[in-house]
Design a protein around this ligand. Structure first.
Ligand SMILES: Nc1ncnc2c1ncn2[C@@H]1O[C@H](COP(=O)(O)OP(=O)(O)O)[C@@H](O)[C@H]1O
Ligand SMILES: CC(=O)OP(=O)(O)O
Ligand SMILES: [Mg+2]
Length: 885
């Protein structure tokens, strides 16, 4: 069988069906091996197909009536079928579809029945596009059965618009209740053009400001600031903004009730505005090419005045938005980009758009403009704002996003199950892809953490929905009276996606054990300790990140790390005896004033969007915690002398540096420490408290503070401080050169006096905590002769036996706290009252990542049932009666 190594992309526009077939090559490159377009669909007399297939293939043109998009796909399939010998459909492993409107879905998604119905329901918002998009999807599903089909939405790129750009000045409830807002379209094109323009300008995208004009049958413009969309001309639907082939663009909305009061139905008005206006409405034909002669030709004085008028209205609208976007971008525009049918092909129109704009630093080179064919820079050498013609490649962008989506699915075992059909149809596919992608393996390709999370959400939501639907009524386990009154021990009663604790083997973060992660997570230096930013990526996305992905998290956190002055002030004003954990909670609460979630919620935000400001708050808080912790440390123990940050350091290392420990040893130790304390499933006090408070939709600052007040309890996080006290006590009483026998005696004495040996045992774990083992490994490498380490090692030999002999403990083995103090002491961090703060900083990674997912999955407010003693007795009695009956 031939290899499945091709992605098919369909881009159904309002008047056209474009397609490209890509072949996947080394390093996940995509090479177009066939492409074409069906044009003037709907205008049967004038419609045609142009297509090209294979290396150096000649373009073929067929004049053929195309009454709709289904007819167009039939022509395309038969063209490709005859161009590629054999059945080319068997070489396609995925199909990417351009979809214009997906309402709240904005990331690429696999087209399930549910996604299809969302696209269908959104047809009222994109009447010219979603119906042909759906025709394309249905026709393609029949032509390419059993392979995944992915929808890539036009709206995605504009999700970065600020509220002042996406809100209409309508009653706010319309936004909250009906999601009436501006979405923007042509996003796939803008995404491609932004990357391409930045590349041509030789600038990083984050520093590139552009005004992009995507001018085709559908026309829109976009202001791009720092590589991101900050405004665009289309709105709730692709009707707003510029004039278009058949669409009116901006009008006075009062025209609508006016027409209605004169007898037109809503449907008729909708058709009028979408299908009978624009060039068609003003001048009788939707295609600009039919009006160019009238406006620019030799005999233009005698030409149809309406054609001329239509062109002038069109030009005026583009110029109006050019002016507006110059203002939005504070005049800092690197380039104006022209693209799509009109922007790429019409030199006289480009000249009109920027005529007389020298005042804004825009100078067109007439000669270059007239000569431009395909990509070109048509500005003069000294034009401050470059004028770039860039042919858009929505199809390539869709193919890349389809591939990425597909790979995410393929790495995810649950996804693999979902894709079983596809994989059966294509044995060896995953291996093939892994090979094609090279050593980076099969994974999400973006380095933008938020985008990577967003891409996972729809499927996880589907998964949860399916679990509820299929298994909602099934029993997970009975609850005994002992459990109900005994701290809810072991009752499965909460979802927690970031980690799971196996009693035998210890914690697994998103399925990965600690030894596994020590190997796989990116490191600051070769052979060194993992950086916690890598773990954060893993906790949030479920995927082990690449070095670049972890680095982008480091940079993202650094950008957000500045602590506001009032928080420094709150910290320096606390009573000098305030415990460091209390100071931590105080500082976190002081930061809450900046909560983006609290603000968005009070202004009204749709619940499908909760996770976004929660993500923002969580990243802001995580970013600031090292500075908060270091400030507490320096204020409490070092006379308030703070240490400047070192911008070259990663998140964990910068904490150690700001505390005053900048040698390689403590930097590495802190990276490891911050990685392993991050998460320990959801039932422990700090995690559960954060989760519980977050379920009331308290923002991340509030719920993290709740978690930290819990971590400050001696039975939970404060235990690491207790361990150190106990160890020092041992050393004081028996000295450093203690024998095993002496140590045994001391341990027995502790137990007999009714105390516990701190750092040993665990509520769930039944073996040595892997977090202990990995810290022990670190000590063996960095401090083998350190007396405190030797003492801890000896305890490891002595205590489990003794605890077993008592017959009272279920787990006699050491946990994370039994070792962490040793590492800290070795590097001079001897103030044990501070240790729980370090634990808390790390814990933010786990509990806040889960917080993002709790909101993304729409988990409800927690409300378990409580009972009085009498109620317990009544229930027991009722059960006994019912059993005996
Ligand atoms: N050479 C040209 N000169 C002027 N306008 C052109 C030229 N070629 C195409 N166009 C315009 O571009 C439009 C098609 O643009 P395109 O981006 O392909 O459309 P769609 O919105 O359907 O994706 C045509 O309707 C026509 O108005
Ligand atoms: C959104 C839109 O108008 O798309 P097109 O230009 O393909 O019609
Ligand atoms: Mg288009």
């Amino acid at each position: 069988m031939s290899a499945r190594n091709k992605v098919m992309v369909l881009n159904a526009g309002s008047s056209s069906l474009k397609y490209k077939l890509f072949q996947l090559g080394e390093g996940s490159t995509l090479r177009a091996v066939a492409s074409g377009i069906c044009e003037r669909i709907g205008d049967a007399a004038a419609s045609f197909h142009r297509g090209k297939a294979g290396e150096g293939g000649q373009e073929q043109r067929q004049e053929t009536p195309l009454k709709d998009h289904t007819a167009a796909l039939e022509v395309v399939s038969s063209f490709l079928g005859s161009a590629f010998k054999g059945d080319f459909t068997k070489e396609v492993f995925g199909v990417g579809h351009r979809v214009v409107h997906g309402r709240e879905i904005s990331e690429p998604v696999l087209i399930s029945d549910q996604v299809r119905s969302t696209i269908q329901k959104a047809s009222d918002l994109a009447p010219l596009h979603n119906p042909p998009n759906l025709m394309g999807i249905d026709a393609a599903k029949a032509t390419f059965p059993g392979v995944p089909h992915v929808a890539v939405f036009d709206t995605a790129f504009h999700q970065t618009m600020p509220p002042e750009a996406f809100m209409y000045a309508l009653p706010y409830e319309l936004y909250v209740e009906r999601a009436v807002r501006r979405y923007g379209f042509h996003g796939t094109s803008y995404k491609y053009l932004t990357a391409e323009a930045a590349r041509q300008l030789g600038k990083p995208q984050e520093e590139t400001n552009l005004i992009i004009c995507h001018l085709g049958a559908g026309s829109s413009m976009c202001a791009v600031k720092g590589g991101k969309s900050v405004d665009t001309t289309m709105g709730l639907t692709p009707l707003e903004g510029l004039m278009m082939g058949t669409r009116c663009g901006d009008i006075d909305p009062a025209i609508i009730p006016y027409l209605a009061s004169h007898g037109m139905s809503v449907k008729e008005i909708d058709t009028l505005l979408n299908k009978k206006s624009g060039f068609l409405g003003l001048a009788g034909n939707a295609d600009l090419r039919n009006h160019l002669e009238a406006r620019f030709g030799a005999g233009s004085a005698t030409a149809d005045p309406r054609s001329k008028l239509a062109v002038d209205v069109y030009v005026r609208r583009v110029r109006k938005y050019l002016g507006a976007y110059f203002a939005h971008l504070d005049g800092q525009v690197d380039a104006i980009v022209f693209s799509a049918g009109i922007g790429e092909n019409s030199a006289p129109m480009r000249a009109e758009f920027v005529r007389g704009m020298e005042f804004a630093g825009v100078k067109l080179d007439g000669g270059k403009n007239a000569a431009a064919k395909g990509a070109a820079d048509v500005s003069t050498q000294d034009s401050r704002v470059k004028l770039l013609v860039i042919p858009t490649d929505e199809e390539l962008s869709i193919a890349q996003q389809t591939l990425e989506r597909f790979l995410q699915q393929a790495v995810n075992m649950r996804g693999l199950q979902k894709l079983r059909g596809a994989l059966q149809a294509a044995p060896g596919l995953r291996e093939h892809l892994a090979e094609a992608l090279g050593p980076a393996g099969v994974r999400t390709l973006t380095t933008d953490l938020k985008a990577a999370v967003a891409a996972k959400i729809p499927e996880e939501q589907d998964r949860l929905k399916a679990i509820k639907k299929e298994h909602g009524g099934k029993v997970l386990g009975a609850v005994t009276v002992e459990q109900a009154i005994g701290g809810m021990r072991g009752i499965p009663s909460m979802l927690w996606e970031t980690s799971l604790l196996d009693p035998e083997e210890g914690i697994r973060f998103r399925g990965h054990s600690i030894p596994d992660l020590q190997e796989k997570l990116p490191k600051a230096k070769a052979g060194g300790e993992p950086i916690p930013e890598g773990l954060l990526w893993l906790l949030l996305t479920g995927e082990v990140p690449t070095q670049d992905q972890a680095k982008s998290v480091t940079e993202m956190l650094r950008e957000r790390s500045k602590l506001p002055d009032h928080v420094y002030k709150v910290l320096s004003d606390t009573h000098p005896d305030t415990h460091p954990m209390t100071q931590l909670c105080t500082a976190v609460l002081a930061l809450q004033v900046d909560s983006k979630f609290a603000k968005a919620y009070s202004q009204g935000i749709h619940k499908t969007k909760y996770w976004e400001p929660v993500f923002e708050d969580s990243m802001d808080l995580i970013a600031k915690l090292p500075t908060i912790a270091a400030t507490i440390y320096r204020n409490t123990y070092k006379g308030g002398k703070l240490i400047e940050d070192d911008a070259g350091l990663d998140w964990g290392a910068s904490l150690s540096h700001k505390m005053g420990y900048s040698d390689e040893g403590p930097l590495e130790m802190m990276r490891l420490y911050q990685t392993i304390h991050a998460d320990h499933e959801g039932g422990n006090v700090s995690a559960h408290a954060t989760h519980l408070v977050g379920s009331a939709l308290s923002d991340p600052y509030l719920c993290f503070a709740a978690g930290m007040t819990g971590l400050a309890g001696p039975l939970h996080g404060l235990a690491n401080q207790e361990v150190l006290r106990w160890l020092n006590n041992v050393r004081e009483q028996v000295g450093d050169d203690v024998t095993k026998e002496q140590l045994s005696e001391f341990v027995w004495a502790t137990l007999k006096s009714g105390k516990v040996v701190p750092g040993f045992g665990h509520a769930v774990l039944r073996k040595t905590d892997p977090r202990y083992t990995c810290q022990r490994g670190f000590a063996q490498r960095h401090m083998p002769d350190y007396p405190l380490f030797k003492l801890v090692s000896m305890l490891y030999e002595v205590v489990p036996d003794i605890l077993t002999q008592t017959g009272k403990v279920k787990n006699p083995y050491p946990n994370v706290d039994a070792h962490s103090g040793v590492l800290l002491q070795f590097y001079g961090m001897t103030e044990e009252n501070f240790y729980t703060v370090l634990f808390g900083v790390s814990r933010s990674l786990g509990v806040l990542s889960q917080g993002v997912w709790s909101r993304a999955l729409g988990l409800p407010i927690e409300r378990p049932k409580s009972l009085t003693m009498q109620a317990v007795l009544d229930r027991v009695a009722a059960q006994e009666t019912s059993v005996s009956i």
